[in-house]
Design a protein around this ligand. Structure first.
Ligand code: NAI
Ligand code: MG
Length: 354
């Protein structure tokens, strides 16, 4: 298969982890006889420094001209600590998702048997965790009208959802549940928020078209507790942009490190693959960042393009790195392996499976 891939490394550890993903895709290309091209573009703080814009037109155009996008992370402390900044890196990612119509952020949380002791939670709690969060990505409080009134020291963020925004991700989540353990949990705050009440009405109506899937719902506060007490009760979780952001970071505690969790952001026309973590600025250029979240995002990319065998081969190579303890220091604390070494090991171990 021929694929054109836009590569947006971004800031902090983003470029380092994405470089490992490219190695792995090169290895897939060679092993399975595909043809992948990579075009690197700027985004985030790096793009602001070079052009003044966190999402330069050229970057957006390259993404639109590509079959898929590999994204690292954006964010830099110099912007985080300047509340008066007019532009900041995160605007680049939000605009990119909007421009490409990426409305569903799919975030699997799985505990790998070899890493079961990495979680600070007890083995008996985390060991059977295999859930996936369908996080709405195009609406809600991140995108609603925002304002700040310096005269009376007040600020506003607006949370708006339309039925059609809820409906399109709900169908994806039900289809995913149908292909998995047939359970869907809607997470909201319907006891307080009008938007959540619209979510409930819409999701319960759509549920009638998926009679084989069991639907239940939890308030976000209870869902956060349930996820730590008994994560294996969940199959597919469907939720909005902010609840999904927080719940998936929490999921990384179950998996053992945020450096392990991948994601896919999909829409009708485009798909982007990115780790769930941020730019971890303290680790930039130190060769300590875990590349696995980014590498597993490439496994999601391959699966998206129906290259299941290739995707399985990437996951198998990652599992081999765990069983050989070729891991970065966030896993198995005493490990001395660096980002590049782990990336090389995984890329070198991608092979056709029997
Ligand atoms: P972060 O995810 O960058 O880092 C939080 C902690 O997670 C780190 O201190 C580290 O202990 C761990 N961590 C993250 N990635 C890791 C990796 N690959 N390997 C090992 N450990 C890892 O989140 P933080 O510190 O809240 O934000 C830093 C910057 O990233 C901010 O500017 C923020 O806005 C941005 N950000 C960007 C995101 C994106 O690009 N999608 C998502 C979240 C935050
Ligand atoms: Mg987050």
């Amino acid at each position: 298969m021929q694929l054109n891939i836009a590569v947006l490394g971004g800031d902090g550890i983003g470029p380092e982890v994405v470089a490992q993903s490219i190695k792995c895709l090169r290895s897939v290309e060679e092993t399975f006889g595909h043809s992948f091209t990579f075009r690197k573009e700027l985004v985030g703080a790096a793009a602001i420094k070079a052009t003044g814009d966190p999402l330069p037109e050229r970057t957006l155009q390259t993404c639109k001209d590509s079959d898929a996008i590999l994204f690292g992370a954006i964010g830099s402390p110099e912007f985080d600590s300047d509340p008066k900044a007019k532009v900041w890196p995160e605007q680049g990612l939000l605009r990119l998702r909007k421009e490409l119509g990426l409305f569903a952020n799919i975030r699997p949380v799985k505990v790998f048997p070899t890493l079961v002791k990495q979680s600070p939670l007890a083995k008996k709690i985390v060991q059977h965790t295999d859930l996936v969060i369908y996080r709405e990505l195009s609406g809600g409080i991140y995108y609603g009208h925002k304002s700040i009134n310096e005269d009376n020291n007040s600020a506003t963020d607006t949370c708006t959802y339309t039925e059609s925004e809820i409906s399109r991700i709900t169908h994806l989540a039900f289809k995913a549940a149908k292909a998995r353990r047939k359970k869907l949990t809607l997470v909201d705050k319907a006891n307080v928020l009008e938007t959540s009440r619209l979510w409930r009405r819409t999701v319960y109506t759509i549920a009638e078209s998926y009679p084989e899937v069991t639907l239940d719902s939890l308030f976000i506060d209870n869902a956060a507790v349930q996820m730590i007490l008994n994560p294996s009760q969940f199959d597919v979780i469907l939720t909005d942009i902010m609840f999904g952001d927080i719940l998936s970071d929490q999921g990384s505690v179950i998996a053992g490190s945020i450096g392990l969790l991948p994601s896919a952001s999909v829409g009708a026309d485009y798909a982007m693959f990115e780790p769930i973590h941020g730019s971890y600025p303290d680790a930039k250029d130190k060769n300590i960042a875990n590349p696995v979240a980014s590498i597993l995002s490439t496994a999601m990319l391959l699966q998206h393009f129906k290259m299941q065998e290739e995707s399985d081969a990437v996951v198998a190579a990652v599992l081999k790195s765990f069983s050989k303890k070729i891991v970065t220091p966030d896993i198995m604390g005493s490990s001395k392996y660096g980002t590049n070494y782990v990336g090389d090991f995984i890329a070198d171990n991608i092979m056709e499976l029997d």
